[in-house]
Design a binder for this molecule. Structure first.
Ligand code: 6R9
Length: 662
């Protein structure tokens, strides 16, 4: 790849942790890195020792690339580690879950109460005939029962597979059939931006085509706000089952390598991949990273805003924090909806942080950029002084968005942990430890202790600092995926065939002279313009540095001479956007942005086209889908749009593209 170093990852702005933060941090000794990396197996073993085991392991790791087994011979139960050991100890009356619904309704569950609910629901599952190793699909809103059901599955050794509640009947059907689930857990519906999302109706449509499904359990979330049909013999009310269930259920002793859950991620092509995680390695990895990366302390109120339908919701809403006995905050709805049905409120997050005194916020760049677009008056009208740590995940965070987050939400006081990882990695892989690492806006900084990340060229040779290349992980780690459900061949081909015995995550990266990693986006998204590798990330970040730009997506479109030509789709901050119909103003802004990029990154990066857009096509977890933007720019029929949050966005961009092309 090209040797050029662009401005964005040469940021000289650096933020060292404050002495006050360092003094109380769970990790504040830099030697932790040296010790962990000198003997990663001993390091992971020291974390596994902090779990409650029914039977201890004999061997830490068996590695027959690309298959790993961790803590071999050990037995334990995930729900016992996330709930029982707290409920039966000093945390019985400590809050485990603080929940708020979109309309403003609230619930609190202590560890003691969670213990009861999990056992009851575990008995419900048993009563439905679910046995160890069998699959249960969850198609649920962000309500405490989602966490209860996950933990109940783990208690009896059932394998859960969560399908995000915003997915279609077709997606639900495909995933349910792929894992062969016996039971689907759902709700009548839930609230989203004041609208009802009719989960049960969608489930009915899906289950028509799901021969393995015997029972559908339906939670009453909306009461008389929705009418649903219950199919005799198949559909049962959640509440009725729980009312009859015993509150005692002994946790099933699970083998370290017994399957814990399957989570489907959409590949850029082909059908979704069923990522399989197993019991002890996953729990060890999520517990360790939660404790050190989020610096969880006994009195924290920790909020990870991800939905449980994504891996972030698995690892950092439920398993990691609860394994540490932390109090988690959960919110059902959208960030621009007020309590009591007040629409258009763009301060809901900040209002809840103030009201609940939330101390840690872990969210995604897409949310931060939306808030930048909406303006700082929203966070500024709230007291955010309870916050002490901020996190980011899901996409590279542009330096400008990082600084906005730091100044407007963290008030310059809270460390930011930009955490790079994947559904496949199970736990955070590259991240600052907030009490040790000096952060730089836009860099995920260092591999977590015990993780051997490197940057290589196409042939797999390590690259020196400052050279853009391909991110790889050289050694196995406990929370790594074990295979793709029912398709080990695809597992080997996707992750292990590019470089023999080395994990290939599919992201580009570069390391700076201080050893910090800068993620450059998916390797498929990196452009080759006139022989130069240009990352979408560096161009997008340069655009976001312009005062008028809140968000940008850059793609390379086929070009006769250059190979690829950069095309930028940008969202303008609302108060600086040209008025509708002001074509001269829009043209001026487009020219200015082209010039801006050309001056900052060099003429080669100057976009051929700049499209001013109200929105960008995103997956439902908020990642920009550049593949579809390439289809738009190259005038192709749009590829698969089923995972889009809002298909209208890309359709209207397609229309706009031809009129604004220049
Ligand atoms: C946790 C999650 C994984 C892909 C990953 C990368 C991108 C996630 C990032 C990041 C740069 C970060 N990604 N976090 N890129 N910096 N902090 O998002 O899992 O949905 O499987 O996506 O997301 O491209 O490969 P998943």
């Amino acid at each position: 790849m090209s040797n050029e170093i662009a401005v964005n990852w040469q940021q000289d702005r650096a933020f060292a942790p404050s002495p006050e933060f360092v003094a109380n941090a769970n990790a504040n000794d830099p030697d932790i890195y040296t010790r962990a990396n000198a003997d990663p197996q001993a390091w992971w073993e020291s974390w596994a020792e902090q779990l409650d085991w029914i039977q201890k392991w004999d061997t830490v790791l068996e590695w027959n690339a690309p298959h790993s087994k961790w803590f071999v011979g050990g037995k334990l139960n995930v729900s016992a580690n996330c709930v029982d050991r707290h409920a039966l100890g000093v945390r019985r009356d400590k809050r485990a879950i603080v929940w708020e619904g979109e309309p403003g309704d609230q619930r609190i569950l202590t560890f003691g109460e969670l213990h009861t609910e999990v056992q009851k629901f575990a008995n419900v599952l048993k009563g439905l005939g679910v046995e160890k190793g069998e699959r249960v699909v969850l198609y649920m809103p962000m309500i405490p029962e989602a966490a209860i059901a996950m933990l109940a599955c783990t208690r009896i050794g059932a394998v859960h597979s969560i399908v995000f509640g915003g997915f279609s009947a077709e997606s639900l059907k495909e995933r349910t059939n792929d894992c062969g689930a016996k039971v689907i857990l759902t709700a009548d519906g839930y609230w989203r931006r004041g609208n009802i999302v009719p989960l049960k109706a969608t489930t009915d449509e899906a289950v028509e085509g799901c021969p393995t499904v015997e029972k559908v359990v339906v939670l009453n979330r909306l009461g008389d706000k929705i009418s649903i049909t219950m199919q005799e013999g198949r559909d049962i009310w959640w509440g009725d089952l729980v009312a009859q269930a015993s509150a005692e259920c002994t946790p099933e002793p699970m083998d370290s390598e017994d399957p814990l859950f399957i989570l489907y991620t959409s590949g850029s092509t082909g059908k979704p991949k069923g990522i399989l995680h197993t019991t002890s390695g996953y729990l060890t990895g999520t517990m360790a990273t939660s404790k050190l990366v989020f610096d969880l302390q006994e009195d924290d109120l920790y909020w990870c805003s991800a939905d449980v339908g994504w891996v972030t919701g698995h690892s950092y809403v439920v398993y990691g924090p609860l394994a540490n006995g932390a109090t988690i905050f959960m919110y059902e709805g959208s960030p621009d909806w007020g309590t009591e049905g007040k629409g258009g409120a763009r301060d809901r997050f900040w209002e809840m942080i103030e009201r609940h005194k939330i101390t840690i916020l872990y969210t995604a760049p897409t949310l931060i950029r939306a808030c930048m677009k909406w303006g700082e008056e929203h966070p500024n009208s709230h007291d955010l002084s309870s916050l002490r740590l901020l996190g980011s995940v899901g996409e590279p965070i542009n330096p400008e968005a990082w600084l906005w987050y730091h100044e407007n939400i963290g008030k310059g006081r809270c460390p930011i942990v930009d955490t790079w990882w994947q559904t496949e990695t199970g736990a955070i892989m590259i991240t600052p430890l907030p009490g040790i690492v000096t952060t730089k806006p836009g860099s995920a900084t260092r591999p977590f202790p015990g993780i051997q990340a490197d940057i290589v060229d196409e042939k797999g040779n390590s690259l020196p600092d400052g050279q853009k290349g391909i991110l790889v992980i050289r050694q196995p780690w406990p929370s790594m995926l074990r295979t793709l459900w029912g398709n080990d061949e695809r597992y080997q081909q996707v992750y292990w065939s590019k470089f023999e015995g080395i994990y290939f995550p599919g992201d580009g990266a570069v390391r700076d002279a201080d050893g910090n990693f800068w993620l450059l986006g998916r390797v498929d998204d990196i452009m080759l313009v006139a022989g130069h590798n240009i990352s979408t990330m560096e161009m997008e970040s340069t655009l976001v540095e312009h005062p008028a730009v809140a968000e940008a997506a850059v793609i390379g479109k086929a070009h006769d001479v250059k190979g690829q030509a950069p095309v930028a789709f940008v969202i303008i901050r609302e108060h600086l956007a040209p008025a509708p119909g002001d074509t001269a103003g829009a043209q001026k802004l487009r020219d200015e942005l082209k010039k801006w990029v050309g001056e900052k990154l060099g003429a080669i990066c100057r976009p051929d086209d700049v499209i001013l857009s109200a929105d960008l096509p995103k997956t439902r977890s908020g990642k920009i889908m550049r593949r579809l933007l390439r289809d738009v720019a190259e005038g192709r029929v749009l590829g698969d749009t089923t995972t889009l949050a809002d298909p209208v966005v890309v359709a209207s961009l397609k229309e706009k593209y031809s009129s604004e092309e220049n």
